[in-house]
Design a protein around this ligand. Structure first.
Ligand SMILES: Nc1ncnc2c1ncn2[C@@H]1O[C@H](COP(=O)(O)OP(=O)(O)OP(=O)(O)O)[C@@H](O)[C@H]1O
Length: 227
């Protein structure tokens, strides 16, 4: 489902004389349906960079990233947008939303955008918000005024609303209490059970050991010159 082959990445510092910094070289990662692969490696090793490359936020210097058959490194912007809408989910640590949209609609939106009927979408959104302990009195309000932890849980509910065949998870259990952490781990297990291919970054080692089938040390892809 996700096939990364010989991937490399450089950053060009345009405001510092155009210095080119190689940060990744020869990265190979393969994630099958129903599998979760955890990215490990020291701070600065390139875990976030690899996720951003897969999501199409960064341009690769070389190599290939196939997500459900689409090569993200070569794809047109409209193809990337369609991939993100239908097949590739991304759960970051932080919620970014349009102001004044009620929480229930924020969570239902990914389903509506793939053509799920509004009633079904709202039922799924309600189920997820309940499971993540967002009190019902908050569902009609915009999450912009919510606490950090509430926003994070709304973000997770939104990220798991549509059953994407491929998912990227960036610290999904960070700073959650035990009960909500357990819910998120269950959501990940359920996604795997329905066949999702997942790449995740988890500093929470116990969480990583529980949901990841394999771990990949991104330091192995650090270019010689930069190591
Ligand atoms: N936009 C950028 N411009 C220049 N260099 C960058 C940029 N983003 C990341 N880097 C560099 O790429 C390398 C990998 O960074 P990255 O954020 O992917 O590491 P990480 O493994 O996710 O670290 P952490 O665990 O601390 O989040 C670092 O050396 C970093 O300085």
């Amino acid at each position: 489902m996700i096939e990364i082959t010989n991937l490399s990445k450089t950053f060009t510092l345009h405001n510092q004389g155009g210095v080119v910094i190689p940060v990744m070289q020869g990265a190979n990662v393969s994630v099958g349906a129903g599998e979760c692969v955890g990215l490990i490696g020291a701070s600065g090793a390139g875990k976030s960079t690899l996720m951003r490359l897969v999501y199409g936020n960064y341009l690769a210097a070389g190599g290939q990233i196939l997500v459900d058959g689409l090569d993200v490194t070569q794809a047109e912007p409209r193809e990337i947008l369609a991939l993100r809408r239908d097949r590739l989910g991304y759960v970051s640590q932080f919620l970014r939303v349009v102001p004044r949209v009620p929480t229930l609609d924020v969570v239902a939106e990914p389903l509506l955008s793939v053509g799920v009927d509004p009633e079904t979408a709202r039922i799924r959104a309600r189920t997820l918000l309940s499971r993540l302990n967002i009190p019902e009195r908050l569902w009609s309000l915009s999450p912009t005024s919510f606490s950090g932890g509430e926003q994070q849980r709304v973000n997770i509910a939104r990220g798991f609303a549509h059953e994407y065949p491929a998912m990227l998870l960036d610290e999904p259990t960070a700073s959650l209490d035990a009960g909500n952490r357990e819910t998120v781990l269950s959501l990940i297990e359920e996604a795997k059970a329905r066949g999702a291919a997942i790449i995740g970054i988890f500093h929470d080692e116990a969480a990583r050991d529980r949901v990841c089938d394999r771990q990949i040390n991104v330091s192995d892809f650090t270019p010689e010159a930069a190591a």
